[in-house]
Design a protein around this ligand. Structure first.
Ligand code: NAD
Ligand code: ZN
Length: 363
């Protein structure tokens, strides 16, 4: 038996931002976004178009940390009786901060209780999410990544009540995303799609979304690097990221993500690079397998998984991204430890492949 559920109302395409008023339906809202002029200007436009804005929260830190949530919860406090819905305008850091705020409201300690003491998520505020990067898929997932650099941990705030009410995916908002961030977030999306395939929770619907996402991202990302202002390509990349998001919204991620968290915490390597530089090696670990995952991979990449992994590696290299752990400061011994720990981690347990075959890729 398998099941698939995603309740997010998706509004996709150029100009879809203009549907925000309809989605708000006369509710009082707050915008959550980054603290910079570019996003302040878009928030001002939103306020002008959609009546009912109570305030704009810009206390968002990149890779939100438990410690960062105190400021935004304090800012929420004076407005707690007015805000009926949160509008997230930004990439994964904004969307995940919004999910945390929806749960914590005026008391940041609630998040630590949920993450560390497994307290239940109670009555989160509804959210409308407007992604401005093309990678995390957080607009269609029910979890948020919250970091805790003090204790060297990465937490997942995870509850079905955290699916956004609506995702407004307007590619015009990504036209100014710098090329380096386009590559990083695009590789994150590719990783989500691939990780949903080598995953114990894979199912026919997640496979369908992942297949389409991988084809779109592989075709579009290299072109986008050369033509970052091409709206058609931006739209294709946004679709690829969304479909990858839908795929992993029901499977969660797997071993490449679990290896990445240690790397990001130790070295600060951006999430999109950390979770994707190992993809060729993970793919290659299925080369001699006949398991159902290997069969799905052969349907997608052809009979020769080894050759497909090499092709993927050179595709990643053309984006100027290195694929060896050594490049990121890991010798063989240290890397084997990362892989072993990751196989044991929560997401690593989703990996249906052979641990030894995976370790062999790095010897
Ligand atoms: N919840 C999930 O399902 C999920 C999945 C993957 C990653 N994540 C998390 O998301 C975070 C990363 O998010 P991200 O990769 O989207 O990046 P981000 O939100 O951290 O943003 C990175 C930078 O891009 C800039 N930026 C964003 N949109 C822009 C635009 N349209 N134009 C110009 N600049 C823009 C921001 O100002 C910021 O400086 C990490 O913390 C990661 O762990 C969450
Ligand atoms: Zn990711």
């Amino acid at each position: 038996m398998w099941k698939f559920n995603n309740p997010v109302n998706i509004l996709f395409g150029e100009g879809s931002l203009s549907t925000l008023g309809q989605q708000l339906n006369n509710r009082r809202y707050a915008v959550v976004t980054y603290d910079n002029a570019h996003f302040a200007a878009i928030a001002t436009e939103i306020k002008a178009q959609c009546p009912g804005c109570v305030t704009v929260f810009n206390q968002v830190a990149e890779n939100p940390d438990l410690a960062d949530l105190e400021a935004i919860c304090a800012a929420f406090k004076p407005h707690q009786n007015e805000i009926e819905v949160l509008v997230a305008l930004g990439g994964g850091s904004v969307i995940d901060t919004t999910k945390a705020l929806a749960v914590a409201k005026d008391d940041h300690r609630v998040i630590a209780n949920v993450l560390k003491q497994h307290a239940p998520v109670e009555n989160p505020l509804p959210m409308i999410v407007i992604p401005t990067t093309t990678g995390t898929g957080s607009e269609v997932t029910s979890w948020a990544t919250i970091w805790d650099k003090d204790s060297g941990c990465k937490y997942s705030l995870n509850d079905s009540a955290l699916f956004p009410e609506a995702a407004i995916c307007d590619p015009t908002l990504t036209l100014e995303l710098p090329v380096s961030l386009t590559i990083q977030t695009g590789l994150d999306a590719l990783s989500h799609a691939m990780e949903s395939i080598w995953n114990r929770n894979a199912n026919p619907i997640s496979l369908m979304y992942a297949t389409e996402a991988i084809a779109l991202i592989r075709e579009t990302l290299p072109k986008l690097v050369n033509e970052p202002s091409n709206l058609d390509l931006r739209e294709k990349m946004m679709k690829g990221s969304l479909l990858a998001g839908l795929a992993f919204s029901n499977t969660k991620t797997s071993i490449a993500h679990n290896m990445s968290y240690a790397v990001t915490l130790e070295t600060g390597l951006p999430h999109g690079i950390a979770c994707s530089f190992t993809l060729p090696a993970v793919l290659c670990s299925f080369a001699f397998s006949e398991c159902p995952t290997a069969q799905s991979l052969r349907q997608l990449f052809g009979d020769d998984i080894n050759a497909a992994a090499k092709e993927l590696e050179s595709w990643i290299h053309k984006l100027n991204v290195h694929t060896s752990p050594e490049h990121y400061g890991y010798n063989k011994e240290k890397w084997q430890q990362i892989v072993t720990d990751a196989l044991d981690g929560e997401r690593g347990k989703n990996f249906p492949g052979c641990s030894q075959q995976l370790l062999n890729q790095f010897i």
